[in-house]
Design a binder for this molecule. Structure first.
Ligand SMILES: Nc1ncnc2c1ncn2[C@@H]1O[C@H](COP(=O)(O)OP(=O)(O)OP(=O)(O)O)[C@@H](O)[C@H]1O
Ligand SMILES: [Mg+2]
Length: 300
């Protein structure tokens, strides 16, 4: 069984007109320990809803989420969340936003230990010196997001959930923080589940990208392996023979197939099809998924 196992998850909400809206139905997928998984899908398909359920902040209509074999219910220090809107405590300095969680997690540590540990994670995202004593309102958006990431990693949760953490940032800051995120993640081997709208960001960061069809009745239709070795860097990965093949596949899915596959009746357990695109492998060795999806975009 996977480290994180999502089994037949269904979410319905009142549609505001006396009926029910089925956001997604029987979604089933797994995430392995240490994996970095991104999820892509159009606005409203249910990504944040899935993340809130994984975080224990919301209950699904049916289905279960298991982490390490145990059912997830309610929030826990084992699951850290970074939201798009930073959600720092405004009355605490950057440093104390980080030490706050570390103290709760490690009650036996001395004040000095807590501070040293917290400063280490802040410096990994480029925040050092006097700046750590500033309050969130005195920091730029990029700095606030760095504090959120440092705070989440400093707590060393088993699972880190990131909901469009860089959505509000300009491209340059975004690029720098993506690099910092990769650095901090590769040092800790934590399991990460991240929502993003940015295809290039997902290819840079993820081991695997889950693709969701449009709602209602959205499905996690595909699991696309990112067959580009690490360490990755944004200027070099675009030279890799698999980069554009994978990118085209994702663009085709979001542009076309996410609509075509939407709203189709469910056949029970909706597990994603694994898609592995590897142009560096000899043709016969390339793994063909069962029920091979149409790879029109990548045939040349
Ligand atoms: N508490 C709620 N009550 C009723 N409907 C809800 C609730 N939360 C979400 N929804 C509906 O569920 C659907 C999925 O919402 P969700 O926020 O998960 O989408 P998303 O994929 O994260 O979208 P975005 O990319 O825009 O953030 C939407 O149609 C939304 O209106
Ligand atoms: Mg969302």
């Amino acid at each position: 069984m996977s480290f994180l196992s999502i089994e037949r998850l269904t979410q319905q909400f009142p549609d505001g007109q006396g009926g029910m809206l089925t956001v997604f139905e029987n979604a089933s997928f797994g995430i392995e320990k240490g994996e970095f998984v991104c999820i892509l899908g159009h606005s409203g398909c249910g990504k944040s809803t899935i993340m809130n359920i994984l975080a224990g902040l919301a209950e699904p209509s049916s289905g279960v989420v298991k982490m390490d074999g145990f059912g997830v219910s309610g929030p826990s220090l084992d699951r850290g969340v970074v939201f798009q809107n930073y959600s720092l405590l405004p009355w605490l300095s950057a440093l104390h936003n980080v030490t706050f969680g570390v103290k709760a997690r490690e009650p036996g540590w001395s004040k000095a230990q807590v501070e040293e540990h917290s400063r280490k994670f802040l410096s990994m995202v480029g925040l050092e010196g006097d700046v750590v004593h500033r309050k969130p309102s005195q920091l730029s958006g990029g700095m606030r997001q760095r504090v959120s990431i440092a705070r989440a990693f400093a707590n060393q949760p088993k699972l880190l959930l990131l909901d469009e953490p860089f959505g509000a940032l300009d491209a340059l800051t975004r690029g720098t923080i993506q690099d910092e995120l990769l650095k901090i993640w590769s040092g800790t081997e934590q399991t990460v589940f991240m929502i993003t709208h940015d295809i290039d960001e997902a290819i840079l960061l993820a081991d695997r990208i889950l693709l969701m069809t449009n709602g209602p009745f959205a499905k996690v239709a595909e699991s696309v392996e990112i067959t580009i070795p690490r360490p990755r860097n944004r200027t070099e990965i675009i030279e890799h023979p698999n980069y554009y093949a994978i990118r085209n596949h994702l663009v085709q899915f979001l542009g076309k197939r996410s609509k075509e596959l939407a709203g189709q009746p469910s056949d029970g357990d909706n597990k994603p099809v694994t898609v592995r695109i590897d142009k560096t492998a000899p043709a016969e060795a390339e793994a063909e998924p069962e029920h091979a999806p149409k790879l029109r975009a990548v045939n040349d």
